[in-house]
Design a protein. Structure first.
Ligand SMILES: C[S@@+](CC[C@H](N)C(=O)[O-])C[C@H]1O[C@@H](n2cnc3c(N)ncnc32)[C@H](O)[C@@H]1O
Length: 273
């Protein structure tokens, strides 16, 4: 368990005085890479939108299933994880390595604590896993970064992961952004996406969440409909069951519609023909 001062001392350039989405998400998932200001804001988020923690768990569980199925059913052994977050339960490389230990994973996030924590955790993994501190809204920089270009072989299929990121970037042109990553990928590559949605959230809850995010480094929250999520994957063939509440994307155990809706997140996975 990190103490705030210990964590702060390790990463001099973290934004200690501003709540941060990576660390709030970590707090909701039970992690310890967060500061008092993140915990306070995350608790406020739960008060304005009581399903916030359901969102985090549904999103994270969908990520785990998508990675496993891309490795086992589609033979993917390279991942580019955009906005990868603080390492937490069910990391991409851990899930992938259970099924193919040779899988390479390039994590990209711009949050200092998330990247520090990931590097700390990975230690000797650097032959197979890298952490790049960069803005995913700048694909050229990301694709040319040593941790990405030096690790992934773009002449072979790569899965681009965009979980919980396209909805918080400043641009509303998520499709245009992911297309720039898609254009670097060969046929057989994949794109997996999750996006915040308004399934059980009321307008008042969404407004409350937006007003809390204004104080963070990611003040945007773009809710998307299933049609708008499908539009994020142009050129890809969607895997069954298409765009669905994330908990209903190939669940490992039965999920009720109500449980799935409480996640307030859509998910989809596509393959580049
Ligand atoms: C809600 S978390 C999602 C984490 C993880 N992808 C998951 O779904 O479990 C969003 C992450 O995106 C990162 N992020 C937000 N804007 C970013 C940007 N412009 N460039 C890189 N990372 C960004 C945040 O720091 C945070 O770690």
């Amino acid at each position: 368990m990190f103490q705030d001062a210990e964590l702060a001392a390790q990463v001099a350039h973290a934004d200690f005085d501003q709540p941060n989405i990576a660390r709030m998400y970590d707090y909701h998932l039970g992690g310890s890479a967060n500061f008092a200001i993140d915990r306070t804001t995350a608790e406020q988020a739960l008060r304005v939108a009581p399903t916030e923690r359901d969102y985090c768990w549904a999103n994270r569980a969908f990520l785990g299933r998508a990675v496993r199925i891309l490795v086992t059913d589609h033979g993917i052994d390279q991942f580019l994880d955009l906005g990868s977050g603080v390492p937490t339960v069910g990391n991409v490389h851990e899930i992938a390595h259970q099924h193919n230990p040779a899988t390479r994973v390039a994590y990209v996030d711009w949050e200092a604590i998330a990247c520090h924590h990931a590097r700390h955790l990975l230690g000797a993994e650097e032959q197979r896993v890298t952490v790049t501190e960069a803005d995913v809204g700048d694909p050229e920089t990301v694709l040319n970064a040593a941790g990405v270009a030096g690790l992934l072989d773009f002449t072979r299929p790569i899965a681009v992961l965009a979980f919980g990121i396209l909805d918080i970037l400043p641009t509303t042109d998520g499709a245009g952004l992911v297309a720039r990553y898609r254009d670097a990928c060969v046929p057989g590559s994949a794109l997996a996406v999750s996006n915040n949605a308004q399934l059980t959230r009321t307008d008042q809850e969404v407004a409350g969440l937006r007003s809390l995010l204004v104080d963070t480094s990611t003040p945007n929250l773009h809710m998307r409909t299933p049609e708008e999520v499908a539009a994020l994957l142009p050129g890809y063939t969607l895997l069954d069951p298409g765009v669905v509440p994330a908990a209903l994307w190939r669940p490992d155990q039965p999920v009720t519609d109500h449980e799935a809706q409480r996640g307030n997140v859509y998910g989809a996975v596509g393959i580049l023909p």
